[in-house]
Write a protein that binds this ligand. Sequence first.
Ligand SMILES: N[C@@H](CCC(=O)N[C@@H](CS)C(=O)NCC(=O)O)C(=O)O
Length: 241
Amino acid sequence: MPHYRLYYAPGACSLAVHIALEVLQAGGHADYATTRVLLPAGDQRKPEFLAVNPRGHVPVLSYRVDGEAQTLTESLAILRLLVDRHPHAGLLPVAPTAAARAWEWLSWLATDVHAHAFMQVFYPARYAADAAAQAAVEDSGRALLSRYWADLESRLPADILDNGYALGAFSLVDAMLIVFYRWAVRYGFEPQQHYPRWTALSMRTLAHDSVRRAFADECIRLDDPLPARQPAFTATQEHVA
Ligand SMILES: N[C@@H](CCC(=O)N[C@@H](CS)C(=O)NCC(=O)O)C(=O)O
């Protein structure tokens, strides 16, 4: 039996966990299996998935401790668990200051960028009822993201144009950043035109073996087209990532 089972949706925020599991597997630290959840098909609201995570979100990680089944949700909690259980796998720096810098990146990406800004772009119908108000919500999310991208670019070291990753060596920060780079490409932010450091980092990250395997496993590419948005876009007709 594999050590972990990841419930993921192709290209969703669960991709960062998928990459982490690939790193663990490649290093011989743990193996894993996956269950695919198709968000556009509404799999996350089906009883069989709600039995796993009543919040209806990916990622979900299931694993066993002393023979007892555990189910963990929330990207940051899952990443933290993997780092703590595999401290020598190179997922994050070990020194406290460097590790704190990594968590600074990860928590900003998971909260401000994903939960605050991207949610307005993905799910405007969760914030407003009529079409005009939904368009305003999406514009608000896009304006926030444009500010965040500039901030992100300024925080990457200048020499990343030539080599290295966000924290020097490859880490979970790069695994999380590539999720958002792909979303930025697909949602028309043109990071290739505007953010040279983030683009150089992302091209390097895409060439990393564990990242290539996770992308291949999820059957995703950097520039997959967005699924068509339903004309009557409601909270039950959403698309994501
Ligand atoms: N706070 C959660 C958010 C998870 C989340 O929003 N996942 C999205 C995919 S990126 C999802 O499953 N969305 C389905 C839905 O909201 O219906 C985390 O960080 O893990």
